[in-house]
Design a protein around this ligand. Structure first.
Ligand code: PLP
Length: 418
Protein backbone atom coordinates (compact mmCIF):
# COMPACT_ATOMS: atom_id res chain seq x y z
CA UNK A 1 0.00 0.00 0.00
CA UNK A 2 1.53 3.34 -0.99
CA UNK A 3 1.28 6.32 1.32
CA UNK A 4 -0.30 8.31 -1.54
CA UNK A 5 -3.38 6.10 -1.34
CA UNK A 6 -3.70 6.78 2.40
CA UNK A 7 -2.78 10.43 2.75
CA UNK A 8 -3.59 13.71 1.11
CA UNK A 9 -0.62 15.69 -0.15
CA UNK A 10 -0.65 19.37 -1.15
CA UNK A 11 -4.34 19.70 -0.35
CA UNK A 12 -6.32 22.93 -0.67
CA UNK A 13 -7.62 22.93 2.90
CA UNK A 14 -6.31 25.86 4.99
CA UNK A 15 -2.90 25.59 6.64
CA UNK A 16 -4.52 25.49 10.06
CA UNK A 17 -5.07 21.78 9.29
CA UNK A 18 -2.32 19.16 9.14
CA UNK A 19 -0.48 18.91 5.86
CA UNK A 20 -0.84 15.16 5.81
CA UNK A 21 -4.39 13.95 6.38
CA UNK A 22 -5.65 10.37 6.33
CA UNK A 23 -8.20 9.95 3.55
CA UNK A 24 -11.10 7.99 5.03
CA UNK A 25 -13.29 6.07 2.64
CA UNK A 26 -15.91 4.36 4.81
CA UNK A 27 -16.77 3.12 8.27
CA UNK A 28 -18.47 0.17 9.91
CA UNK A 29 -19.13 -0.27 13.64
CA UNK A 30 -16.08 1.12 15.46
CA UNK A 31 -13.86 0.71 12.40
CA UNK A 32 -12.80 3.20 9.73
CA UNK A 33 -11.22 2.25 6.39
CA UNK A 34 -8.88 4.54 4.46
CA UNK A 35 -8.70 4.95 0.69
CA UNK A 36 -5.88 2.40 0.59
CA UNK A 37 -8.04 -0.25 2.31
CA UNK A 38 -6.29 -0.08 5.73
CA UNK A 39 -8.58 -0.34 8.74
CA UNK A 40 -8.43 1.62 11.99
CA UNK A 41 -10.10 1.09 15.34
CA UNK A 42 -11.55 4.53 15.99
CA UNK A 43 -11.13 5.41 19.64
CA UNK A 44 -11.71 9.09 18.90
CA UNK A 45 -15.19 8.85 17.29
CA UNK A 46 -14.56 11.84 15.02
CA UNK A 47 -13.86 13.96 18.14
CA UNK A 48 -16.50 12.32 20.34
CA UNK A 49 -19.29 12.50 17.74
CA UNK A 50 -19.99 8.99 16.43
CA UNK A 51 -21.56 7.58 19.59
CA UNK A 52 -23.44 4.84 17.73
CA UNK A 53 -20.59 3.85 15.41
CA UNK A 54 -20.30 3.93 11.65
CA UNK A 55 -22.36 2.47 8.82
CA UNK A 56 -25.69 2.64 10.65
CA UNK A 57 -28.40 1.48 8.24
CA UNK A 58 -31.13 2.74 10.60
CA UNK A 59 -29.79 6.31 10.52
CA UNK A 60 -29.20 6.20 6.75
CA UNK A 61 -32.79 4.98 6.17
CA UNK A 62 -34.26 7.72 8.36
CA UNK A 63 -32.18 10.43 6.67
CA UNK A 64 -33.01 9.28 3.16
CA UNK A 65 -36.74 8.91 3.90
CA UNK A 66 -36.82 12.44 5.35
CA UNK A 67 -34.78 13.79 2.40
CA UNK A 68 -37.46 12.51 0.03
CA UNK A 69 -40.13 14.33 2.03
CA UNK A 70 -38.45 17.69 2.66
CA UNK A 71 -34.80 18.59 3.38
CA UNK A 72 -34.98 22.20 4.47
CA UNK A 73 -37.65 24.71 5.44
CA UNK A 74 -35.71 27.40 7.49
CA UNK A 75 -36.87 28.73 10.84
CA UNK A 76 -39.74 30.64 9.24
CA UNK A 77 -41.56 27.30 9.35
CA UNK A 78 -41.04 24.07 11.23
CA UNK A 79 -41.48 20.34 10.75
CA UNK A 80 -42.72 17.39 12.78
CA UNK A 81 -39.23 15.90 13.51
CA UNK A 82 -37.97 19.29 14.75
CA UNK A 83 -40.97 19.76 17.05
CA UNK A 84 -40.73 16.22 18.40
CA UNK A 85 -37.01 16.50 19.08
CA UNK A 86 -37.46 19.83 20.87
CA UNK A 87 -40.19 18.28 23.01
CA UNK A 88 -37.99 15.32 24.05
CA UNK A 89 -35.04 17.57 24.92
CA UNK A 90 -37.19 20.11 26.78
CA UNK A 91 -38.77 17.33 28.87
CA UNK A 92 -35.36 15.93 29.86
CA UNK A 93 -34.49 15.57 33.54
CA UNK A 94 -30.93 15.73 34.87
CA UNK A 95 -31.08 12.62 37.04
CA UNK A 96 -33.68 13.23 39.75
CA UNK A 97 -33.45 16.98 39.24
CA UNK A 98 -35.96 18.77 37.00
CA UNK A 99 -34.25 21.70 35.25
CA UNK A 100 -37.61 22.94 33.91
CA UNK A 101 -36.36 23.49 30.39
CA UNK A 102 -38.89 25.66 28.62
CA UNK A 103 -37.41 25.64 25.13
CA UNK A 104 -34.64 24.37 22.86
CA UNK A 105 -32.74 26.44 20.30
CA UNK A 106 -31.20 24.32 17.52
CA UNK A 107 -27.92 25.14 15.77
CA UNK A 108 -25.27 23.32 13.80
CA UNK A 109 -22.18 23.00 16.01
CA UNK A 110 -20.93 23.07 19.58
CA UNK A 111 -19.63 26.60 19.21
CA UNK A 112 -23.03 27.74 17.93
CA UNK A 113 -24.76 26.10 20.89
CA UNK A 114 -22.52 28.12 23.20
CA UNK A 115 -23.00 31.35 21.22
CA UNK A 116 -26.72 30.91 21.77
CA UNK A 117 -26.13 30.16 25.48
CA UNK A 118 -24.06 33.34 25.89
CA UNK A 119 -26.64 35.43 24.06
CA UNK A 120 -29.52 34.02 26.10
CA UNK A 121 -27.61 34.67 29.35
CA UNK A 122 -26.93 38.27 28.29
CA UNK A 123 -30.46 39.03 27.11
CA UNK A 124 -31.98 37.50 30.26
CA UNK A 125 -29.67 39.48 32.57
CA UNK A 126 -30.26 42.71 30.66
CA UNK A 127 -34.05 42.39 30.63
CA UNK A 128 -34.37 41.30 34.26
CA UNK A 129 -31.60 43.42 35.87
CA UNK A 130 -30.24 45.96 33.36
CA UNK A 131 -27.19 46.35 31.09
CA UNK A 132 -24.63 46.48 33.93
CA UNK A 133 -25.18 42.75 34.52
CA UNK A 134 -23.30 41.45 31.48
CA UNK A 135 -20.03 39.79 32.56
CA UNK A 136 -19.27 36.14 31.80
CA UNK A 137 -17.10 33.71 33.74
CA UNK A 138 -15.19 30.75 32.29
CA UNK A 139 -12.53 28.47 33.78
CA UNK A 140 -8.84 27.76 33.35
CA UNK A 141 -8.39 25.13 30.61
CA UNK A 142 -12.04 25.41 29.56
CA UNK A 143 -12.89 25.01 25.85
CA UNK A 144 -16.15 26.25 24.34
CA UNK A 145 -15.48 26.62 20.61
CA UNK A 146 -13.75 28.78 18.04
CA UNK A 147 -16.34 31.38 17.08
CA UNK A 148 -15.57 34.74 18.64
CA UNK A 149 -18.08 34.61 21.52
CA UNK A 150 -17.29 31.01 22.49
CA UNK A 151 -13.58 31.72 21.99
CA UNK A 152 -13.81 34.63 24.43
CA UNK A 153 -14.60 32.04 27.13
CA UNK A 154 -12.04 29.50 25.90
CA UNK A 155 -8.92 29.67 28.06
CA UNK A 156 -6.00 28.37 25.97
CA UNK A 157 -3.90 31.39 24.83
CA UNK A 158 -2.85 29.62 21.60
CA UNK A 159 -6.47 29.61 20.42
CA UNK A 160 -7.26 33.13 21.63
CA UNK A 161 -4.36 35.49 21.15
CA UNK A 162 -4.24 35.61 17.33
CA UNK A 163 -7.84 36.88 17.32
CA UNK A 164 -7.82 39.45 20.12
CA UNK A 165 -9.47 41.66 21.13
CA UNK A 166 -12.29 39.31 22.00
CA UNK A 167 -15.62 39.91 23.78
CA UNK A 168 -15.26 42.37 26.70
CA UNK A 169 -16.36 41.33 30.20
CA UNK A 170 -15.07 37.74 30.04
CA UNK A 171 -12.98 36.52 32.98
CA UNK A 172 -11.54 33.18 34.10
CA UNK A 173 -11.26 31.45 37.47
CA UNK A 174 -9.38 28.27 38.42
CA UNK A 175 -11.39 25.07 37.82
CA UNK A 176 -12.54 23.07 40.88
CA UNK A 177 -11.65 25.86 43.30
CA UNK A 178 -14.71 26.90 45.30
CA UNK A 179 -12.92 29.70 47.20
CA UNK A 180 -11.61 31.26 43.97
CA UNK A 181 -15.11 31.06 42.49
CA UNK A 182 -16.56 32.78 45.53
CA UNK A 183 -13.98 35.57 45.18
CA UNK A 184 -14.50 35.98 41.41
CA UNK A 185 -18.30 35.97 41.17
CA UNK A 186 -20.57 38.91 41.96
CA UNK A 187 -23.86 40.44 40.83
CA UNK A 188 -22.33 41.99 37.69
CA UNK A 189 -22.19 38.56 35.98
CA UNK A 190 -24.82 37.35 33.51
CA UNK A 191 -23.51 33.82 33.16
CA UNK A 192 -20.96 31.18 34.14
CA UNK A 193 -19.99 28.53 31.57
CA UNK A 194 -18.39 25.26 32.64
CA UNK A 195 -17.66 21.71 31.48
CA UNK A 196 -18.20 18.67 33.70
CA UNK A 197 -15.10 17.06 32.14
CA UNK A 198 -12.66 19.41 30.40
CA UNK A 199 -12.66 17.50 27.12
CA UNK A 200 -10.09 19.57 25.24
CA UNK A 201 -8.26 20.96 28.29
CA UNK A 202 -6.70 17.83 29.82
CA UNK A 203 -9.75 15.82 31.01
CA UNK A 204 -10.00 17.18 34.55
CA UNK A 205 -13.36 16.18 36.10
CA UNK A 206 -15.56 18.55 38.07
CA UNK A 207 -15.78 17.57 41.73
CA UNK A 208 -19.24 17.30 43.36
CA UNK A 209 -18.08 19.96 45.85
CA UNK A 210 -17.33 22.38 43.03
CA UNK A 211 -20.70 21.61 41.43
CA UNK A 212 -22.33 22.47 44.74
CA UNK A 213 -20.39 25.79 44.91
CA UNK A 214 -21.45 26.61 41.34
CA UNK A 215 -25.11 25.85 42.12
CA UNK A 216 -25.05 27.91 45.32
CA UNK A 217 -23.06 30.93 44.13
CA UNK A 218 -24.91 31.26 40.82
CA UNK A 219 -28.24 31.28 42.70
CA UNK A 220 -26.87 33.78 45.25
CA UNK A 221 -25.76 36.27 42.57
CA UNK A 222 -28.64 35.52 40.15
CA UNK A 223 -26.18 34.35 37.52
CA UNK A 224 -27.23 31.81 34.89
CA UNK A 225 -25.28 28.56 35.06
CA UNK A 226 -24.42 27.19 31.62
CA UNK A 227 -23.29 23.56 31.39
CA UNK A 228 -21.31 23.07 28.19
CA UNK A 229 -22.21 19.43 27.60
CA UNK A 230 -21.16 19.47 23.96
CA UNK A 231 -18.69 16.68 24.70
CA UNK A 232 -20.03 15.19 27.95
CA UNK A 233 -23.73 15.16 27.04
CA UNK A 234 -25.80 12.26 25.71
CA UNK A 235 -24.22 9.23 27.32
CA UNK A 236 -20.49 9.96 27.05
CA UNK A 237 -20.02 9.96 30.86
CA UNK A 238 -22.35 7.00 31.37
CA UNK A 239 -25.18 9.41 32.26
CA UNK A 240 -27.57 11.12 29.88
CA UNK A 241 -26.03 14.43 31.02
CA UNK A 242 -22.60 14.72 32.65
CA UNK A 243 -24.16 17.22 35.08
CA UNK A 244 -26.01 14.32 36.70
CA UNK A 245 -22.74 12.61 37.65
CA UNK A 246 -21.60 15.55 39.81
CA UNK A 247 -24.92 17.12 40.88
CA UNK A 248 -24.65 20.25 38.72
CA UNK A 249 -27.93 22.17 38.29
CA UNK A 250 -27.58 24.28 35.13
CA UNK A 251 -30.09 26.82 33.78
CA UNK A 252 -28.79 26.31 30.24
CA UNK A 253 -27.28 23.18 28.66
CA UNK A 254 -25.35 23.10 25.36
CA UNK A 255 -25.43 19.81 23.45
CA UNK A 256 -24.00 18.87 20.10
CA UNK A 257 -21.42 16.28 19.08
CA UNK A 258 -23.39 12.97 19.15
CA UNK A 259 -26.84 14.54 18.83
CA UNK A 260 -27.19 14.35 15.03
CA UNK A 261 -25.69 10.86 14.65
CA UNK A 262 -22.78 12.44 12.72
CA UNK A 263 -24.85 15.14 11.00
CA UNK A 264 -24.21 18.71 12.20
CA UNK A 265 -26.69 19.59 14.92
CA UNK A 266 -26.62 21.36 18.26
CA UNK A 267 -29.19 22.21 20.89
CA UNK A 268 -29.21 24.89 23.57
CA UNK A 269 -31.68 23.95 26.30
CA UNK A 270 -32.94 26.98 28.26
CA UNK A 271 -35.07 27.06 31.37
CA UNK A 272 -38.57 28.48 31.41
CA UNK A 273 -37.58 31.77 33.10
CA UNK A 274 -35.18 32.60 30.26
CA UNK A 275 -37.67 31.60 27.59
CA UNK A 276 -40.28 33.88 29.19
CA UNK A 277 -38.22 37.05 28.54
CA UNK A 278 -37.43 36.30 24.87
CA UNK A 279 -38.95 38.26 22.01
CA UNK A 280 -39.34 37.37 18.34
CA UNK A 281 -36.08 37.93 16.46
CA UNK A 282 -33.76 37.86 19.51
CA UNK A 283 -31.88 34.94 17.97
CA UNK A 284 -32.22 32.72 14.91
CA UNK A 285 -30.63 30.37 12.39
CA UNK A 286 -31.18 29.33 8.77
CA UNK A 287 -30.16 25.68 8.98
CA UNK A 288 -30.24 24.75 12.68
CA UNK A 289 -32.56 21.87 13.56
CA UNK A 290 -33.62 21.09 9.99
CA UNK A 291 -35.89 18.09 9.42
CA UNK A 292 -33.20 15.63 8.25
CA UNK A 293 -30.83 16.16 11.19
CA UNK A 294 -33.76 16.29 13.60
CA UNK A 295 -35.24 13.01 12.27
CA UNK A 296 -31.88 11.28 12.71
CA UNK A 297 -31.43 12.85 16.15
CA UNK A 298 -34.80 11.51 17.27
CA UNK A 299 -33.50 7.99 16.67
CA UNK A 300 -30.16 8.79 18.39
CA UNK A 301 -32.07 10.17 21.38
CA UNK A 302 -34.36 7.13 21.54
CA UNK A 303 -31.30 4.84 21.73
CA UNK A 304 -29.09 6.88 24.08
CA UNK A 305 -31.79 8.01 26.52
CA UNK A 306 -32.71 4.37 27.19
CA UNK A 307 -31.51 3.60 30.75
CA UNK A 308 -30.44 0.09 29.66
CA UNK A 309 -28.12 1.61 27.02
CA UNK A 310 -26.56 3.85 29.67
CA UNK A 311 -25.99 0.86 31.97
CA UNK A 312 -24.06 -0.82 29.12
CA UNK A 313 -21.99 2.35 28.60
CA UNK A 314 -21.06 2.33 32.30
CA UNK A 315 -19.94 -1.32 32.05
CA UNK A 316 -17.78 -0.59 29.02
CA UNK A 317 -16.43 2.51 30.74
CA UNK A 318 -15.29 0.60 33.81
CA UNK A 319 -13.65 -1.99 31.56
CA UNK A 320 -11.77 0.78 29.72
CA UNK A 321 -10.78 2.38 33.02
CA UNK A 322 -9.41 -0.94 34.28
CA UNK A 323 -7.41 -1.50 31.05
CA UNK A 324 -5.93 2.01 31.22
CA UNK A 325 -4.92 1.58 34.85
CA UNK A 326 -3.14 -1.66 33.93
CA UNK A 327 -1.46 0.07 31.01
CA UNK A 328 -0.35 3.03 33.13
CA UNK A 329 1.36 0.65 35.57
CA UNK A 330 3.54 -0.75 32.79
CA UNK A 331 5.14 2.57 31.79
CA UNK A 332 6.99 5.00 34.03
CA UNK A 333 6.19 7.96 31.75
CA UNK A 334 2.39 7.64 31.93
CA UNK A 335 0.37 9.16 34.80
CA UNK A 336 -2.86 8.05 36.46
CA UNK A 337 -5.75 7.75 33.96
CA UNK A 338 -8.24 10.62 34.18
CA UNK A 339 -11.70 11.44 32.78
CA UNK A 340 -15.10 9.85 33.21
CA UNK A 341 -17.25 7.25 31.44
CA UNK A 342 -16.07 6.67 27.88
CA UNK A 343 -14.15 9.97 27.90
CA UNK A 344 -10.80 8.95 29.32
CA UNK A 345 -7.27 10.23 29.31
CA UNK A 346 -3.79 8.89 29.86
CA UNK A 347 -1.32 11.64 30.83
CA UNK A 348 2.19 11.50 29.36
CA UNK A 349 5.21 12.84 31.24
CA UNK A 350 8.18 14.22 29.33
CA UNK A 351 10.32 17.37 29.29
CA UNK A 352 8.04 20.27 28.29
CA UNK A 353 10.05 21.15 25.19
CA UNK A 354 9.80 17.51 23.96
CA UNK A 355 6.13 16.97 24.82
CA UNK A 356 4.69 18.04 21.44
CA UNK A 357 7.04 15.61 19.63
CA UNK A 358 6.35 12.79 22.07
CA UNK A 359 2.57 13.26 21.81
CA UNK A 360 2.72 13.37 18.01
CA UNK A 361 4.92 10.25 18.00
CA UNK A 362 2.43 8.33 20.17
CA UNK A 363 -0.60 9.28 18.05
CA UNK A 364 1.31 8.53 14.84
CA UNK A 365 2.61 5.18 16.11
CA UNK A 366 -0.95 4.24 17.10
CA UNK A 367 -2.37 5.33 13.75
CA UNK A 368 0.26 3.36 11.86
CA UNK A 369 -0.72 0.31 13.92
CA UNK A 370 -4.43 0.82 13.13
CA UNK A 371 -5.68 2.81 16.14
CA UNK A 372 -7.06 6.36 16.03
CA UNK A 373 -6.70 8.42 19.21
CA UNK A 374 -7.08 12.07 20.21
CA UNK A 375 -5.10 14.41 22.40
CA UNK A 376 -6.39 16.67 25.16
CA UNK A 377 -4.41 19.60 26.50
CA UNK A 378 -0.68 19.38 25.95
CA UNK A 379 0.04 15.96 27.45
CA UNK A 380 -3.04 13.75 27.64
CA UNK A 381 -3.91 10.93 25.24
CA UNK A 382 -7.69 11.18 24.90
CA UNK A 383 -9.80 8.08 24.35
CA UNK A 384 -13.43 8.65 23.39
CA UNK A 385 -14.63 5.58 21.45
CA UNK A 386 -18.12 5.10 20.05
CA UNK A 387 -20.40 4.28 22.99
CA UNK A 388 -21.23 0.95 21.33
CA UNK A 389 -17.64 -0.35 21.46
CA UNK A 390 -17.38 -3.91 22.83
CA UNK A 391 -15.05 -5.04 25.63
CA UNK A 392 -13.08 -7.09 23.09
CA UNK A 393 -12.56 -4.02 20.94
CA UNK A 394 -11.47 -2.05 24.01
CA UNK A 395 -8.89 -4.79 24.73
CA UNK A 396 -7.72 -4.66 21.13
CA UNK A 397 -7.34 -0.86 21.27
CA UNK A 398 -5.43 -0.98 24.54
CA UNK A 399 -3.07 -3.65 23.15
CA UNK A 400 -2.28 -1.40 20.17
CA UNK A 401 -1.80 1.57 22.50
CA UNK A 402 0.61 -0.49 24.59
CA UNK A 403 2.70 -1.45 21.57
CA UNK A 404 2.69 2.20 20.41
CA UNK A 405 3.88 3.40 23.82
CA UNK A 406 6.67 0.79 23.76
CA UNK A 407 7.82 2.01 20.35
CA UNK A 408 7.83 5.64 21.52
CA UNK A 409 9.67 4.72 24.75
CA UNK A 410 12.45 3.26 22.58
CA UNK A 411 12.44 6.23 20.21
CA UNK A 412 12.72 8.80 23.05
CA UNK A 413 14.91 6.74 25.40
CA UNK A 414 16.18 8.92 28.28
CA UNK A 415 13.89 11.85 27.45
CA UNK A 416 10.62 10.67 28.97
CA UNK A 417 9.36 10.72 32.57
CA UNK A 418 10.05 14.24 33.87
N1 PLP B 1 -17.62 22.84 23.71
C1 PLP B 1 -16.93 21.73 24.02
C2 PLP B 1 -16.94 21.24 25.45
C3 PLP B 1 -16.21 21.04 23.04
O1 PLP B 1 -15.53 19.95 23.37
C4 PLP B 1 -16.23 21.53 21.71
C5 PLP B 1 -15.47 20.87 20.65
O2 PLP B 1 -14.62 20.06 20.83
C6 PLP B 1 -16.96 22.69 21.43
C7 PLP B 1 -17.65 23.31 22.45
C8 PLP B 1 -17.00 23.25 20.04
O3 PLP B 1 -17.72 22.40 19.21
P1 PLP B 1 -17.64 22.58 17.61
O4 PLP B 1 -16.26 22.20 17.21
O5 PLP B 1 -18.69 21.66 17.10
O6 PLP B 1 -17.94 24.00 17.34
Amino acid sequence: MTDASRFSGGHCLPRNYAEELLIIDRGSGVWLYDRGGNRYLDMGSGIAVNALGYGREDLAEIASAQMRKVIHVSNLYTTEPTLQLARHLADAQIGAWNPDFGAVHFGNSGAEANEAAIKYARVYAQRTHGPQKHKLLGFHNGFHGRTLGALSLTYTPKYRTPFEPLLPGCVFAPFNDGAALEAALDDSFAGVIVEVVQGEGGLACMTPQFAESLNRLCRKHKVLLIADEVQTGLGRTGNLFGSEAVGLHPDIVSLSKPLGGGLPLSATLINRRINDVLEIGDHGTTFGGGPVTAAVALRVWQIIADPAFLVDVRHRASHLEHCLRELARRFDFTGQPCGMGLLRGLPVQAAERRLPDVMTAILTAARDRGLLLLRSGSNVIRIAPPLVISEREIDEGCAILESSLRAVATQFKGELHE
